[in-house]
Ligand binder design. Structure first.
Ligand code: 5RP
Length: 225
C-alpha cells in the first residue's frame, strides 16, 4: 500500500452506517472513495455520498455509492478530503485539483472534516504550494493585474500551452506563488473582498482531524477543533 492508500483506507474507517459523507477530490481522496465503495459492497454499509467534483461523483457512482448534491441533503456528517499543505496550526491550502469551490462549500456544511495527506504536505507555514484562486471569466485579466501589483506572482493555471484550466463550474484558476503566507487570515480577507474571485484555497479553521501517512505508519491528529 502506498501512503495515499494507507490514509485513504484509514479515513474510510470513520464512516458509519447511515452517515451523509462528503467525498473529497484528488489522488488521495480516490483511495478513500475506493475503500468506502468496498465497504458499501462487502459490508453492506449504507451511506449517502456528497461528491466535491464531477470526477469524485463518477468514481462513487461506478462503485455503487449513492450520491446527492449538497442541496439535496440537510447537512453532511463527515467530509474526508485531501489537502495540498497543512501548517503547524492546522490551516490548509486546497485546490491543487481545481475542486476548491465545491470542496469548501461541502466542508462548510459538514459537522466533521478529516484531511488525509502524506507527510510531505505537513509544513510550518503555508505558501510554498501555489495558492489557487478561482475567478469568473469576466474581468479575470483585471484581477490578474491587481494580483501582479500586489506582488502575489499570479499564474493562470493551464491545461495546455494555449488553454486555461476550466473548473467544474466553468471558472479559471489563478495560482499565487507566494512562498510564505505570514498571515493567512489577512490574505483570506483580501481575497474574499476581491470582486470576481469566486473562492480561494485557504481553508482556515476547517479541519477537525488530520490523518498523515508516513513511512513509519499512519499518524492521526484528532480534536484539532
Ligand atoms: C483538489 C484538492 C485536493 O484535495 C488536493 O489537491 C490534494 O490532492 P492530492 O491528494 O491528489 O495530492 O484540494 O482540489
Amino acid at each position: 500500500m502506498n501512503l495515499k492508500e494507507m490514509v485513504g483506507v484509514e479515513a474510510a474507517r470513520y464512516v458509519e452506517d447511515g452517515m451523509v459523507v462528503g467525498l473529497g477530490t484528488g489522488t488521495t481522496a480516490y483511495y478513500m472513495i475506493k475503500e468506502i465503495g468496498r465497504r458499501v459492497k462487502e459490508e453492506k454499509l449504507r451511506i449517502l455520498g456528497v461528491p466535491t467534483s464531477f470526477a469524485s461523483k463518477k468514481q462513487a457512482e461506478s462503485l455503487g455509492i449513492p450520491v446527492k448534491t449538497i442541496d439535496q441533503v440537510k447537512k453532511v456528517d463527515l467530509t474526508i478530503d485531501g489537502a495540498d499543505e497543512i501548517s503547524a496550526d492546522f490551516q490548509g491550502i486546497k485546490g491543487g485539483g481545481a475542486a476548491l469551490l465545491f470542496e469548501k462549500i461541502v466542508a462548510t456544511y459538514s459537522d466533521q472534516v478529516i484531511w488525509i495527506v502524506d507527510g510531505s504536505k505537513m509544513v510550518q507555514k503555508l505558501g510554498a504550494f501555489p495558492l489557487p484562486v478561482e475567478v469568473i471569466p469576466y474581468g479575470q485579466q483585471q484581477i490578474f493585474q491587481q494580483f501582479e501589483k500586489k506582488g502575489y506572482h499570479p499564474v493562470f493555471r493551464m491545461i495546455s500551452d494555449t488553454n486555461k484550466t476550466v473548473t467544474d463550474c466553468g471558472h479559471s484558476i489563478i495560482d499565487l506563488h507566494l512562498d510564505v503566507i505570514e498571515d493567512p487570515f489577512a490574505l483570506s480577507d483580501v481575497l474574499d473582498h476581491t470582486v470576481g474571485v469566486v473562492e480561494h484555497g485557504l481553508f482556515l479553521n476547517t479541519v477537525n482531524t488530520v490523518i498523515v501517512g508516513r513511512e513509519t505508519g499512519v499518524e492521526t491528529i484528532s480534536n484539532i477543533r
